[in-house]
Design a protein around this ligand. Structure first.
Ligand SMILES: [Zn+2]
Length: 327
């Protein structure tokens, strides 16, 4: 006999990253009854990733069946790339070497499936369950290896005409600055991603360091680290001032590895943003609430949407984030 409600059903949710994927079995009421993590296997090529996802979805469905006594109602999958909602196809994912991969190829079951862009799917979760819960317009900005934003507009993530909306990491903030991997010059990501902070410090100090280490050195007053950190804050303040002036968000939700620095990042950034915006107030900065589980929880919301329950959010318990840790 299951301890979970018999009529709730569940979805299988998977958040596919460049190197690993996080999966969950999530009930109608938002309980995460199982989680797991696996390598994406991208080094084995695009077909290998497809096979890894298929097998992961199958295994999570088997876990769900044994816990809840039935097959999943649907599957939701967040992928790091462009998605076409109309055809449920992953159009392009540079990390995975994908072009035009249909959602049905990722699922070894005959159930509805929805795909989502990874950052927008995380933003969806933050907007429903996390730091943006009562907000209709905000920017979710995870700062990790790269920087991309989920623009939550009128209550939902906005993808733009071609799915490229939210690429704030490639806004040129220092046009005479350093070259970005994307081919442009002076992109936000080149100065303010966790990878950039680590790379720029390591180059100047001639000593390798992670972004976390650079944060600790900054707090301790190391002059090289302080300068690199200050450049990151300056770059972020420029990009966020632009975003604020264009879209008037009610908050900016910072996530990803760099946000773990807490006030060391948010205090100077809030001050700089406030100084920059002369004729209007700056939106408050908030820390993302769902951490590394955001993408998986967002994928579960997509799964429920695929199952014909667009308002699954209404029945989700408010303490979902506390129970959703992914190993
Ligand atoms: Zn760029």
């Amino acid at each position: 006999m299951s301890q979970y409600s018999e009529d709730s059903g569940y979805v299988v949710a998977v958040d596919v990253g460049g190197t690993s994927m996080k999966g969950g079995v999530v009930t109608r009421s938002g309980e995460v009854v199982a989680t797991d993590r696996r390598p994406t296997g991208a080094e084995g090529g695009p077909e290998n990733v497809v096979a890894a996802i298929r097998s992961f979805v199958g295994d999570l469905a088997a876990r769900g069946s044994s816990l809840l006594g039935r097959a999943p109602a649907a599957v939701g999958i967040a992928v790091p790339g462009l998605v076409d909602d109309a055809t449920a196809t992953a159009l392009y994912a540079a990390n995975l070497g994908w072009r035009d991969v249909p959602a049905t190829g990722l699922v070894p079951l005959d159930v509805p499936v929805l795909l989502g862009h990874d950052v927008r799917t995380g933003g969806l979760a933050e907007s429903v369950l996390g730091a943006g819960r009562e907000l209709t317009d905000f920017l979710f900005l995870p700062i990790g290896t790269g920087i991309a934003g989920a623009m939550i507009i009128k209550g939902g993530p906005y993808g733009g005409t071609s799915g490229w909306a939210g690429e704030i990491g490639h806004i040129p903030v220092f046009p005479e600055g350093e070259r970005c991997a994307c081919g442009q010059t002076g992109c936000l990501e080149t100065y303010a991603s966790a990878a950039a902070v680590a790379r720029r410090y390591s180059a100047r100090a001639a000593s390798p360091a992670t972004a976390e280490r650079v944060a600790a050195l900054t707090a301790a007053g190391d002059p090289v680290a302080v300068k690199v950190w200050d450049d990151a804050v300056e770059a972020l303040s420029l990009a966020l001032a632009t975003y604020t002036l264009l879209l008037d968000p009610s908050a900016i939700v910072l996530g990803g590895g760099l946000a773990e620095a807490g006030p060391l990042l948010s205090d100077p950034l809030a001050a700089r943003l406030g100084e920059r915006l002369t004729f209007r107030s700056a939106p408050p900065l908030r820390k993302a609430a769902l951490g590394v589980s955001a993408g998986m929880l967002g994928a579960a919301l997509l799964g429920w949407r695929a199952a014909g329950v667009p308002d699954a959010r209404a029945s989700w318990a408010l303490d979902v984030p506390k129970t959703s840790a992914v190993p």
